[in-house]
Design a protein around this ligand. Sequence first.
Ligand code: HEM
Length: 232
Amino acid sequence: MSQNTIPDGSAQPSDAVHSGPPVTVNRYGPLQRLNHWITATSLILLALSGLALFTPALFFLTGLFGGGQNTRLLHPWIGVVLFVSFFIFFFQLWRANLPERTDVVWVKRIGDVVAGHEERLPELGKYNAGQKFIFWGMTGLILVLIASGILIWDQYFGEATPIDVRRVAVLVHSIAAVLIICIFILHVYAAFWTRGTLSAMTRGTVTGGWAWRHHRKWLRQLVGRRRIDPAK
Ligand code: HEM
């Protein structure tokens, strides 16, 4: 199949197919995986330190960061790490996450997705509508979190921010944090629920069967590009 038959490609330059057995498909390179796990670790640390500062009921979590003062000091800096790390990842993936017509069909047939009847759905590119929702949701919320976080970062910007603005920023920051924790749970659940997905972020590869079942258009694009290594 020639590449021209699949115009709106989501396949990225480093994606590739290795003929089997078993057939494996490159999904993320080592730097992308490192980038992802730095992002993941910083979000987990932010959630723990943020919840510790959010309510006295969870203040005991400050013990993980060396006490209350250290938690308050570290939380914003970990936020900066998350912001930088996520956006390095973002600029590599945003094109493959652009909405397509098939996303609407995927959402309408979510029942078939959940029931595992993916043969009733159109062939998908590198990401499905659920993954795209998570991607753009995380993007928007991280922007809101960094912007509202800077406004309430007392050590550097406290003086410059009027109290009314700070009150609103605290509220916005907390709501965005709760939402991103929900999206994070959804993301991790989906990664475990769709069997064979986790290896994309551990080894960087998925099986040919996984790609055929879940992201057939993407697989066809790679095969069409002739990015196939001979069996080793
Ligand atoms: C322990 C927690 C996490 C696990 C187990 C996990 C697992 C995974 C896996 C398996 C993939 C590959 C999915 C695929 O290519 O089909 C992935 C992709 C991705 N992950 Fe995570 N992840 C975690 C945390 C996070 C966090 C905290 C963020 C961001 C704040 C994040 C952002 C992303 C993004 C942006 C992608 C690419 C998917 C896309 O572009 O739509 N992940 N993750």
